[in-house]
Design a protein around this ligand. Sequence first.
Ligand SMILES: [Ca+2]
Length: 248
Amino acid sequence: MNVPSASPARWALVAAGVFGLAGCGWFSAPDPVAPTTPCPLHMVHLPAIGDTGAVCIDLYEFPNRKGVLPRTHVTWTEAAAICANQDKRLCTAAEWSRACSGPSVRGVSARMYSYGASFDRQRCNTPRDDSGPPLDRPAPLAESGSFPDCHSPEGVFDLNGNVSEWVADEWTERAGPLMRSKDEPDAAGPAHVVRGGTMWTRTPYGQSCTSSHGHAGDSRFNDDGFRCCAEPRTPSGTPLPPGSDRGL
Ligand SMILES: [Ca+2]
């Protein structure tokens, strides 16, 4: 996968810790004496631990803004281009899993949901006892961050439910069922993977951190979105060597 080079001018080292847009409630203000994190604003740094490499990941589903509805009806190609335009890229399935499940150590992940081991249908936008409406009806999306306890320990929101999220990986049978819309049975091009499930409980792919299914890359669904990732970087904008941010 080609990773776009970042323009250092668009990156800024920020104090470590979880914080977001100005005036966003529980987020703490940057601490001027805290160590810096090698990620842009409004991204969370997930350092390399165990089997998983380091990555910067958006706090929220795109457009990564608290209080704003996530983008839907977007193809995989469009999602990848939008991330690239921000000097980011789509997350890989492994990075998405690391954000949701926690670091994998010798193949064992820490949790099944971003918030813990057990399903709580009210904690995220995952309460709908249905398999979803027709595509010509809007999905009951939630504004990013409107479920205040729907986040990982590192502060990444809405990984379980709300919109399913395109990741970079091409779909294979190991990535769950390939779901096609009856409105576009002949969609062309390679299929790609979407992760995390949506608000609908009665789907074959679920709503946990292992939730995975495929869609044709040029399909548009009313409950599919994405979030962006990026490489951790030095203050000059150079990608950090793999593993060099362990323990940051
Ligand atoms: Ca989601």
